[in-house]
Design a binder for this molecule. Structure first.
Ligand code: NI
Length: 157
């Protein structure tokens, strides 16, 4: 288990386009494990590789629905509806803001065995998928926030 340090807003890596993963190596498998460890340690529900300084298209998500999602080279195929609500990011510590996202998304990705699968997310999972996929293309939620960023205490994050 290894906790990596989380890059925060202002770090150039968070603005960069990430590269697709070509094959699963021991190094990449370790990276995925470390991403989960780092996300849990920080109390987050999702983490994208650039947040720990790695320009690869890898996302991990755990919205406490009993799954540990790994999305490698994810592509959002469908979006439906909309939801407006608070969102935060481990790379924007201590803040939250209101963001509108689709209510439901269908995403195509590779799992940690590099097998392609499709995932349909609704509600909070849809929000997490969109947020994390944005990271892979150099985008943070603060670019699309509606209204001011609010301060949140550590317990609420
Ligand atoms: Ni984030």
């Amino acid at each position: 288990m290894a906790i990596r340090s989380i890059r925060t807003i202002g770090d150039e890596v968070l603005k960069m386009e990430c590269k697709p993963v070509k094959d699963m190596t021991e190094h990449t498998a370790q990276l995925i494990d470390d991403m989960f460890d780092t996300m849990y340690e920080a109390g987050g529900v999702g983490l994208a590789a650039p947040q720990i300084g790695i320009r690869k298209q890898i996302v991990v998500i755990d919205v406490e629905d009993g799954n540990q999602y790994v999305l490698i080279n994810p592509v959002i195929l469908e979006m439906e509806g909309s939801q407006t609500g608070p969102e935060g990011c481990l790379s924007v510590p201590g803040k939250s803001g209101v963001v509108t996202r689709p209510e439901r998304v269908k995403v195509k990705a590779l799992d940690r065995d590099m097998k392609e699968y499709e995932l349909v997310g609704e509600g909070f999972l849809a929000r997490a998928i969109c947020h994390e996929c944005d990271h892979l293309h150099g985008h943070l939620y603060v670019e699309i926030v509606e209204g001011p960023l609010e301060d949140v205490t550590a317990e609420e994050e």
